[in-house]
Write a protein that binds this ligand. Structure first.
Ligand SMILES: [Fe+2]
Length: 299
């Protein structure tokens, strides 16, 4: 029995990536994905917005690709001192930072299980630089998937401390958790490796998948997998790699979670009614039977 659904956070804010080839990677996010640069840090970091937020993706120069941190917005009633006290009681390193990111005056940085760095904040400015008229131009950043040898502890942190709900798993390997009405906001792969698996942007509609694939093709970027409909989450998803070989998912029609019922809203393409949290087989990645180009654990 999962506890009452009352998460401390309500949305994924941003993902920060280290890049060994910042200019080339930035180009992909600006020109091909269709994001806008809103700020630049003293450390050479670039802040990129889909259209409303100050930043959805941060790219920072690094020796090799890396997941630097993930930002989550706290619910309005969560007080930072109380939240910080709770993190300290877990024995996790925590720092309160002022003006470390443009548009965020105060954030709480936590080094979670497996060295996964989180940033929690209450308020962020939204300068709304506008949605791009070119490139893929997604609607929003939807979820992030990470691989971690400390997966079990990481899931426990998300579920027991942050209050996420576990909606599904695949083969007791990939775990799907949510803090809002989307089927998943994070996806944790409990595997020996520690790195990012993919980041996911939501597209306008299914027709946009074809337009996005044409945009990628014009930029010389091939699809890695899809579009196909997943089982867990039932999102129609297409994957490609950014220049750092970070996997990017573009998706539509993600399942809508109803926390009060502990099920997802029924859809004609569901295999089970009601669609309760379940464990899917490793051979059930695609509802349409499209073959995955590599195994899940290897990304
Ligand atoms: Fe995904």
């Amino acid at each position: 029995m999962q506890p009452k659904f009352d998460p401390k956070v309500f949305q994924l804010g941003y993902v920060a990536l280290g890049s060994a080839d910042l200019e080339r990677t930035k180009d992909h996010y600006l020109k091909t994905i269709g994001m806008t640069e809103t700020a630049r840090g003293d450390d050479g970091a670039v802040y990129l917005s889909i259209g409303y937020n100050q930043h959805d993706i941060i790219l920072r120069p690094a020796n090799q690709k890396a997941l630097l941190h993930v930002g989550f917005q706290l619910k309005p009633h969560i007080e930072i001192p109380e939240f910080t006290k709770g993190v300290r009681e877990l024995g996790l390193p925590v720092t309160i930072k002022s003006d470390s990111h443009p548009g965020i005056s105060e954030l709480v940085e936590v080094t979670g299980p497996g060295g996964n760095v989180f940033q929690f904040y209450s308020a962020a400015k939204a300068p709304a630089p506008g949605f791009s008229k070119s490139g893929v131009a997604p609607l929003r950043l939807g979820h992030v998937a990470v691989m971690s040898p400390e997966g079990e502890k990481l899931i426990k942190f998300y579920r027991d401390f942050l209050g996420f709900f576990q909606t599904d798993d695949i083969g007791a390997l990939a775990y799907f958790l949510t803090c809002n009405r989307e089927h998943h906001v994070v996806n944790i792969l409990n595997v020996p490796e520690s790195r990012i698996h993919h980041i996911a942007f939501e597209l306008k509609d299914n027709g946009h998948h074809a337009a996005a694939a044409d945009t990628l093709r014009a930029a010389g970027v091939k699809l890695f997998w899809g579009p196909t409909r997943h089982t867990a989450g039932h999102n129609v998803a297409a994957y490609h790699h950014d220049p750092d070989k970070v996997l990017i998912e573009l998706y539509t029609e993600m399942d809508t979670f109803i926390p009060e019922l502990g099920i997802c809203e029924p859809r004609p393409w569901h295999e089970h009614f009601p669609m309760k949290p379940r464990s899917w087989g490793l051979d059930e990645l695609s509802g349409w039977g499209a073959e995955f180009a590599s195994n899940l654990a290897a990304g």
